[in-house]
Design a protein around this ligand. Structure first.
Ligand code: ATP
Length: 272
């Protein structure tokens, strides 16, 4: 390896930051499903107020990582701290400050958009629930859909409702799994702008899994590249592009996925 990897375990310059500046700290995170190791000894820290992209091919372990961060999947090993709280021991202390969006998690189909958002607002213990539901529906252009059952929405409309659910509690840490999947280019662009505005207005920390490379280049300060359950590279999009001698992140992604170009010498071969 001729260029050292950025330290995603946090023992480099990031470790000099006080814990206060770190929103998410993951150490040795592992998930095994029988013979399949979906996530293999992964360590990284995420700075408060940043947007971090989680990239990797199908089956790389992105969704499993996000599901473990949220407490939806129990790790086989390792530790997760979110906003300074041990998620495996005390997650009830911090869940109200986190939220997530995933196309893989459906909302109850028979409930209307309003009923779904109301249930989630109550689960988060929000005050003035009707007002909050109206606000978020207005912000995400859902007012005309409020009384429709979620099961009768188009894929793109469901994605916007999921995002409304993800923002209902104004989370400090937002985990997004392919937030613009199934959106038309115009709506996707609009949703990205909404997420960026939200990030800036609340100084929110965002972890974004995406297969859309222009989206990641536009939105992310930093990218973690996963392959076969391992983080194989880590850096700002422009630094990765320069390091791999490419002109865009899509070509970097292809090099990493195929082990071609500079990836042949730059990425870690896999777990030790
Ligand atoms: N519940 C499960 N039982 C068994 N294997 C699983 C389970 N969930 C995920 N896996 C396996 O773990 C690996 C990682 O899956 P994961 O969904 O995290 O990948 P991903 O990076 O999100 O992929 P994609 O881009 O396709 O969504 C895959 O090999 C997958 O088949």
């Amino acid at each position: 390896m001729d260029v050292p990897l950025t330290d995603h375990a946090g023992s480099g310059p990031a470790a000099a930051d006080s814990a206060h500046h770190i929103a998410v700290k993951v150490r040795g995170l592992t998930k095994r499903y029988g013979a399949v190791t979906a996530v293999n000894d992964v360590s990284f820290s995420i700075r408060r107020g940043s947007v971090t992209g989680l990239l990797g091919g199908n089956g790389a372990g992105k969704t499993t990582t996000i599901a473990m961060l949220m407490g939806l999947v129990l790790p086989s090993g390792g530790s997760i701290e979110v906003l300074g709280v041990d998620m495996l021991r005390d997650r009830h202390r911090v869940l109200h400050r986190i939220n997530f969006e995933s196309p893989y998690v459906d909302m109850p189909m028979r409930l209307t958009v309003r009923q779904n958002l109301t249930v989630f607002a109550r689960l988060y213990g929000l005050d003035r629930v009707a007002e909050r539901v109206a606000d978020i529906a207005g912000a995400l252009d859902l007012i005309h859909l409020l009384d429709r059952p979620c099961g009768k929405l188009s894929a793109g409309q469901k994605t916007r409702v999921s995002l409304a659910k993800a923002l209902i509690n104004m989370p400090e840490v937002l985990l997004l799994d392919e937030p613009t999947a199934s959106l038309d280019p115009d709506t996707a662009d609009w949703v990205r702008s909404h997420i960026e505005d939200y990030r800036h207005s609340r100084d929110a920390t965002i972890l974004l899994a995406s297969h859309n490379m222009p989206e990641v280049e536009r939105m992310c300060d930093r990218v973690l590249m996963m392959k076969a359950g391992v983080i194989v590279d880590d850096g700002a999009p422009e630094d990765l592009i320069a390091r791999y001698g490419r002109t865009n992140l899509e070509d970097v992604f292809l090099d990493v996925a195929r082990g071609t170009g500079r990836a042949a010498s730059l990425v870690r071969a896999g777990p030790p």
